[in-house]
Design a protein around this ligand. Structure first.
Ligand code: SAM
Length: 231
């Protein structure tokens, strides 16, 4: 997409919906708000209900051979659950402890990486994924510039029939640090508006699951497991 068109569209959407959020911040070295330790270090915590809903949903599909980017690996139980079916799972976290715990699982096709999702630049060794999962895309938001880094990376790294998946509750959840701006609580229309800026189409496959679909994608592209099975 042409950069000028994208910026014009982004400006319009931002002004209309997100004017309460800062345009820039001074957190280039470490973007996002992560001062609340319990929100960043999740290695020994239970999977959240919103992450669980995403996993339940993916479990209804055949993910064999798919490449998945899991942003916010937490306890890495997502990788433990799906790695024997997926081709590759790359996991992002800002917590070295979470990355170490993921590595200790010794899953051959799982690469947990300490990588800040709000930083600019390519997303790693595998730059195209069938599915990106992030149950808290806005939760740790600091400013437009860093948030857009993340959205641009997600849009650029999904396959032409790929998707970004999030959850209604996680998308609406904002970190409790005093400097956190409550407007980072997004609803479906906010999510759809941001996706539109990057040419992604929003869909709501379940009451809780919110997807952004690349141009050639539709939710059934993930080959439901019931296909071809005897009734
Ligand atoms: C509340 S935990 C949720 C973990 C898991 N997704 C779940 O729902 O069970 C938040 C996760 O997001 C990660 N995280 C927070 N800020 C991040 C950032 N800027 N870039 C990448 N990961 C981040 C943390 O390291 C942690 O894995």
């Amino acid at each position: 997409m042409c950069a000028t068109f994208l910026e014009t569209r982004l400006d319009a959407v931002w002004q209309e919906r997100f004017a309460a959020l800062p345009m820039k911040c001074e957190r280039d070295a470490n973007p996002g708000i992560d001062e609340v330790e319990e929100w960043r270090e999740w290695s020994h915590r239970e999977t959240t209900p919103d992450q669980e809903r995403i996993e339940e949903y993916l479990d209804t599909f055949d993910v064999t051979g798919l490449s998945i980017l899991h942003v916010g690996v937490g306890n890495s139980q997502f990788a433990a659950r799906f790695s024997h079916r997926a081709k590759l799972i790359v996991g992002f976290t800002i917590s070295p402890l979470e990355a170490q715990q993921g590595e200790r699982l010794k899953l051959a096709n799982y690469r947990p990486i300490v990588r800040n999702k709000y930083s600019p630049g390519p997303l790693g060794e595998q730059e195209h994924f069938d599915i990106v999962i992030d149950n808290n895309p806005t939760t740790f938001g600091c400013c437009r510039r860093h948030f857009i880094n993340m959205m641009a990376s997600y849009a650029a790294c999904i396959q032409p029939n790929g998707m970004v998946l999030t959850d209604r509750v996680g998308l609406g959840w904002v970190v409790s640090a005093p400097e956190a701006n409550p407007r980072w609580s997004f609803d479906f229309d906010d999510w759809a508006a941001m996706g539109g800026v990057f040419g992604l189409r929003a869909a709501r496959p379940t009451e809780y699951l919110y997807a952004l679909l690349a141009r050639a994608s539709c939710v059934p592209d993930l080959r439901p497991q019931t296909e071809g099975r005897p009734a």
